[in-house]
Design a protein around this ligand. Structure first.
Ligand SMILES: Cc1cc2nc3c(=O)[nH]c(=O)nc-3n(C[C@H](O)[C@H](O)[C@H](O)COP(=O)(O)OP(=O)(O)OC[C@H]3O[C@@H](n4cnc5c(N)ncnc54)[C@H](O)[C@@H]3O)c2cc1C
Length: 350
């Protein structure tokens, strides 16, 4: 009943409400959803209204994943059912695979290069006409968003960047460039924002029908850009080929491998990450991470029918190699997901 009452758009709320309830309370994750769909919001730093006076239309408040999201409501809309509590702790799913890109590709992915290979398949088969991906400049690792429409552009964005960036704004760019079947890769908060855009019963015409594929990444937390300045002093960023988190350490692959305990960089964790309870991008079409698979493979959780068709097609046409993950791998994912949920619930209740 609660869901029924609160799901319709919050039209009587404006940016001032979003600012007071989310931004000023340190809950904003800088996912970029508000700025992607409302021209009046500037998200170069924390979201702010571009004009002197707020115009109350409710859009930013409605689509922010930190004001209100009913997972049950979105699950019913996207998966046509809610999760089975015990066996689907990390969300509704159909299959779970350990995946690596096939030898026909050359990109160095973060893990098995699954995301980039699956996107390449989706573009080749015209399932999407572009993918909004997160890239960085090679010398300084400064993050930005890119609308990629071919394999070369996808390749340039492979690999994990541990910096917060409001990548959902790339969806706006894709729409402005005339793309009409848009794929998006991003973090749990970003997938939540885009799912609200797709599923809320609302009066806004914001091109939500153009968003066709959501690939969500696993995410324990993300870091502010200042972390890069800190790391630059330990290992010059122009030498860094890759960042990775292994256990309780950040590994930096430069001329040597540097390992920094996460406890030394925890003050760079985004404030808005700490209240998040979603580790495995539970509302995505497919979710991808490293936990649950051996080194050199990506864990791919297939959730929707569209996601299943995509992954099956990519296996059939030789874009990826996949082996089903059984209980032990799933247990590992659930273990980490429980830690994140516990932290998020504790931080939210403060
Ligand atoms: C901030 C962050 C934290 C993560 N934490 C975990 C974790 O705790 N446990 C775990 O198992 N996995 C985690 N992952 C996921 C993991 O690092 C890999 O991204 C995932 O396994 C996919 O690897 P791949 O080789 O298949 O992808 P690739 O083929 O290398 O493609 C990577 C994709 O990730 C996207 N991407 C990279 N950085 C960002 C970013 N900052 N924001 C949005 N999109 C981005 C790129 O656009 C690219 O499309 C995290 C990822 C990020 C970005």
């Amino acid at each position: 009943m609660e869901d029924f009452v609160r799901i319709p758009a919050f039209m009587e709320f404006g940016f001032e409400d979003l600012k007071r309830e989310v931004v000023d309370r340190g809950l904003c994750s800088r996912c970029g959803t508000c700025a992607a769909f409302c021209d009046k919001i500037d998200i170069s730093d924390k979201p702010k209204f571009r004009y002197e006076h707020d115009t109350v239309c409710g859009l930013c408040y409605t689509i922010c994943p930190r004001t209100f999201i009913s997972m049950d409501h979105v699950e019913r809309k996207i998966f046509e059912r809610t999760r089975r509590d015990e066996e689907e702790y990390v969300g509704v799913f159909r299959k779970c695979y350990a995946v690596r890109r096939s030898d026909m590709f050359e990109h160095n992915g973060q893990d098995g290069g699954a995301v980039t290979a699956i996107l390449a398949y989706a573009i080749d088969k015209q399932i999407i006409d572009c993918a909004v991906v997160t890239t960085c400049d090679e010398k300084k690792w400064r993050v930005s968003v890119k609308v990629a429409a071919d394999y070369d552009a996808l390749c340039a964005s492979a690999g994990t960047k541990y910096s917060i960036f409001p990548s959902v704004i790339g969806v706006k760019e894709a729409i402005e460039h005339g793309y009409s079947s848009i794929g998006f890769v991003g973090l749990p908060c970003q997938i939540q924002g885009l799912r609200i855009v797709q599923t809320t019963e609302q009066p806004y015409d914001i091109n939500q029908d153009k968003i066709k594929l959501l690939i969500g990444l696993f995410c324990m937390e993300n870091f502010s850009e200042e972390m890069l300045d800190f790391i630059d002093k330990i290992c010059p960023l122009e030498n860094v080929r890759k960042f990775d988190i292994k256990g309780r350490e950040m590994c930096i692959y430069g001329k040597d491998v540097h390992r920094i305990p996460l406890s030394e960089i925890e003050h760079f964790v985004g404030e808005g990450c700490l209240v998040c309870t979603d580790f495995a991008s539970e509302l995505a079409d497919i979710s991808v991470g490293s936990v649950g698979s051996p080194d050199g493979f990506s864990t791919v959780i297939v959730r929707t029918e569209e996601g299943e068709k995509l992954v099956n097609g990519a296996i059939r046409d030789g874009y990826i190699e996949a082996e089903e993950i059984k209980e032990e791998g799933l247990r590992e994912i659930v273990k980490i997901a429980k830690l994140k949920r516990k932290r998020g619930e504790k931080m939210s209740s403060r």
